[in-house]
Design a protein around this ligand. Structure first.
Ligand code: FES
Length: 168
């Protein structure tokens, strides 16, 4: 998603209450006088909130005495940071060669149709986020997806939703 798209999504996200933002203060205290620790601080912040909205970025920027625009640049650069909320469960559908030729596009289409989201999307109830990956290292089980830390192989369009139904 483009930075503009992410900013638009940030606007529609509920504001984070002050007491929630205060959870950042121990992280800031830990890294405040340690130059170069912005990335670890952001990682810990993302573990708390699941994403890095503007308010979180700003508080960390002030706490670590760097500019908010610099923090934004770092968050935008690294793929493991996200500025939009993720679902409780991340579905990683593999579109690598082995999975692709064994029917991964049909699996993906079924998930997109049933969850009414596309790749990169999150369901409105924040149950699932759907992402695509290029190989999960389990080509012998193609087509494969991961849901959170669980690997599911030999997927079929007719039963893939039974698997997802296990994740509430
Ligand atoms: S190509 Fe899908 S697991 Fe390797």
């Amino acid at each position: 998603m483009s930075a503009v798209g992410q900013e638009r999504m940030i606007e529609v996200v509920d504001r984070i209450p002050e007491e929630e933002l205060a959870k950042l203060d121990p992280i800031i205290a830990k890294y405040a006088h340690r130059p170069g620790y912005l990335i670890p601080a952001l990682k810990e912040a993302q573990e708390i909130f699941g994403y890095l909205p503007q308010e979180v970025q700003t508080r960390i920027a002030h706490g670590l005495n760097v500019s908010p625009s610099y923090v934004y640049g770092v968050v935008s650069f690294y793929a493991f940071f996200t500025m939009v909320p993720r679902g409780r469960h991340t579905i990683r559908i593999c579109l690598g060669t082995a999975c692709y030729v064994k029917g991964a596009p049909e699996i993906l289409a079924k998930i997109e149709q049933e969850l009414c989201i596309g790749v990169g999307g999150t369901t409105p109830d924040r149950r699932f986020t759907l992402v695509e990956v290029r190989c999960l290292g389990a080509c012998g089980l193609a087509p494969v997806m991961m849901v959170g830390e669980d690997t599911h192989g030999n997927l079929e369009p007719g039963t893939v939703m039974d698997i997802l139904d296990q994740y509430k």
